[in-house]
Design a protein around this ligand. Structure first.
Ligand code: ADP
Ligand code: MG
Length: 228
């Protein structure tokens, strides 16, 4: 059997809000094999983003273990975790988070610049993604010159340009109309069909039901995990 890409074991996360304790995660365990396609669903405040941020090394559980591709991310220091995040994890958010002053092509290229890839190889990879995602004629546009759907396609290209092990998308269609949502889901699913592990947090039952595996959260707990 192959190594799980995600092995989260009994994770707990508690936030202190004033003198209250808010549970983001309660004893959450999740095992994900390479190439899986999961949807995480549940009401607002149920812990979906906390779970995704934990998987994506943007947040650390207060207790519990986490192995990412067999590496102990739970015990890793901050620098090592940042390296794992840069190299192995792609993130896509509801509000895109593109760099406003950079063009579409420059936004996509940025992670490769940070990784120190030579320019010729960078440009080749960026051009190929622009082309694949229907953005070739938008390469030099800045984010404010792009539609929501185009911005999210740029954000997805930026997330996968480093060829990560998994793509984590937190409400990626939450700010898009129906047509743009369909485009974005199509691109995410094509990436998954080529082998990328895909996890989508969504409120939209039509999108959630497309995934091969549904995880439902309530009050910081996983209350369902399986094919719907
Ligand atoms: P969801 O994404 O399902 O809407 P979240 O994971 O964002 O839920 O939040 C789960 C719970 O944890 C909520 O009650 C939320 O208010 C709380 N929470 C999340 N992040 C923080 C934080 N940084 N500080 C305090 N409370 C937080
Ligand atoms: Mg959320």
């Amino acid at each position: 059997m192959s190594e799980p890409v995600i092995a989260l074991n009994n994770a707990n996360r508690v936030f202190a809000v004033g003198d209250e304790r808010v549970h983001g995660l309660r004893n959450v365990s999740l095992l994900v094999e390479p190439g899986e396609y999961l949807a995480i669903m549940g009401p607002s405040g149920s812990g979906k983003s906390t779970l995704l941020n934990t998987i994506g090394l943007l947040d650390r559980p207060d207790s519990g273990g986490y192995f990412l591709e067999g590496r102990d991310a739970g015990r890793a220091g901050d620098d090592e975790r940042a390296g794992m995040r840069r190299e192995r994890i792609g993130f896509v958010f509801q509000f895109f988070h593109l760099v406003p002053r950079l063009s579409a092509a420059e936004n996509i290229e940025l992670p490769l610049v940070i990784a120190g890839m030579p320019p010729a190889r960078r440009h080749q990879r960026v051009a190929s993604l622009l082309d694949r995602f229907g953005l070739a004629d938008r390469a030099r546009h800045r984010p404010d010159q792009l539609s929501g759907g185009q911005r999210q396609r740029v954000a997805i290209a930026r997330a996968v340009v480093t060829e990560p092990a998994m793509l984590l998308a937190d409400e990626p269609t939450g700010n898009l109309d129906r047509a743009a949502s369909k485009d974005v889901i199509g691109i995410l699913e094509e990436l998954n069909q080529r082998g990328l592990t895909l996890i989508i947090v969504t409120h939209d039952p039509d999108i959630g039901s497309r995934a091969r595996r549904q995880v439902r959260m309530e009050d910081g707990r996983i209350i369902h995990d399986g094919a719907s």
